[in-house]
Design a protein. Structure first.
Length: 353
């Protein structure tokens, strides 16, 4: 039997959402995303939120619910990869007594729990094809069937889906239904990666600094200009989650050195990419990043060989002096040898060679 407390434990609490100014920042992309989100929140249409891990898909889903006419109703989040495939159907759609061995009572699924509220399906690409067709039916006529039930049930529910995969590619490989994609993709919100909204890094960092100072009762000082410029240059594969964790660590340790050497280390790892064959790979992007890193290493090596004499280094590299100055800045290298970060960068580079 399902008790009230086990039902409510399945319904996620909304948790704390950072202020809107922090969430959306100033970039044009985020401003138009905010407009789209505001428009779609009040309409009962499915929304698909796409974006890399850590870009804020969860936050946006919660904001959509909080701005919708169903905000006083339940917000039910289903983290699809966290529930084993065999259990997912009963978790989502529930079951009747005797539907299978061990089904001693009836159990409503999360779809039912979300009645007159929002059902947030996180990492939707994890649903297998049979669950995809049950979800399609739900989206088409609001009906679904508990496992072992004779009749369909009807619910009113706003469905929000999220994924960090390219569903278009999953359709091509036959693992995601095209008709379901059209159904869930009525409105698409694409979360930009943090490296495409670098203008917001400073404000986000300041927000997390204040937040964690308060939370842990610490007094970590504002970040130095050096560290801030390293944050601006970094590629942020883990996006805002990575930035948040970095600032959290800084607040707890109160030491910038640890953070900056950590960043250099992560950069080195990044350019020896451990390519994940299960996820999407952008050859173009990888090649561009590898070229930039190679350029950075060559410039650094030549600068060292010429005792940081930039005129000589430019000649050796067969580029103009101005072009070299630009490239030094662009690669995040220190402008001259006396800068503090030189040793760290050179040390890391030597270790990697
Ligand atoms: N725009 C933002 N403003 C403030 N904090 C953010 C923002 N986006 C993400 N965060 C923070 O970063 C962390 C990750 O965000 P979230 O869980 O929403 O990402 P996600 O896109 O759902 O990631 P995943 O694909 O891994 O589930 C959270 O702790 C959240 O508070
Ligand atoms: Mg998420």
């Amino acid at each position: 039997m399902t008790t009230i407390s086990s039902v409510s434990s399945l319904i996620s609490s909304l948790g704390e959402i950072p202020p809107e100014t922090v969430v959306f920042g100033h970039s044009e992309t985020m401003q138009s995303l905010r407009e789209r989100m505001d428009k779609v929140a009040s309409a009962n249409v499915p929304v698909l939120i796409q974006g890399e891990s850590g870009t804020g898909k969860d936050i946006i889903a919660r904001m959509i619910h909080a701005r919708s006419p169903w905000r006083t109703g339940p917000y039910v989040k289903v983290n699809c990869p966290a529930i084993p495939g065999t259990l997912l159907e009963s978790e989502l759609f529930g079951y009747e007594k005797g539907a299978f061995t061990g089904a001693y009572g009836t159990k409503p699924g999360r779809v039912e729990m979300a009645h007159r509220g929002t059902l947030f399906l996180d990492e939707i690409s994890e649903l297998d094809l049979s669950l995809q067709s049950k979800l399609l039916q739900l989206l088409q006529d609001g009906q679904f069937c508990r496992i072992g039930a004779q009749e369909d049930k009807k619910v009113e529910v706003r469905v929000v889906c999220a994924t960090n995969r390219r569903l278009e590619e999953e359709i091509e490989t036959g693992t995601f239904r095209q008709d379901l994609f059209y159904r869930i993709n009525v409105v698409n919100l694409h979360m930009p990666p943090l490296r495409e909204r670098r203008g917001d890094i400073e404000e986000l960092a300041a927000y997390f600094l204040e937040y964690y100072n308060r939370k842990y009762n610490c007094r970590a000082r504002a970040l130095s200009a050096d560290l801030m410029s390293a944050l601006q240059k970094y590629h942020w594969p883990g996006n805002i989650r990575e930035l948040e964790n970095l600032i959290k660590r800084y607040v707890i340790l109160g030491n910038e050195e640890v953070i900056s050497s950590d960043l250099v280390g992560r950069e080195q790892e990044y350019f020896n990419p451990d390519i994940n064959l299960d996820g999407p790979i952008s050859l173009k992007k990888l090649t561009r990043q590898a070229t930039r890193e190679l350029e950075r290493k060559v410039i650094l090596r030549v600068l060292q060989a010429h005792h940081w004499n930039r005129k000589q280094a430019a000649r050796a590299l067969s580029i103009s002096y101005r072009a070299l100055l630009y490239k030094i800045r662009d690669a995040g290298l220190p402008p001259n040898r006396s800068k503090r970060r030189t040793e760290a960068v050179a040390g890391q580079s030597a270790a990697a060679d």
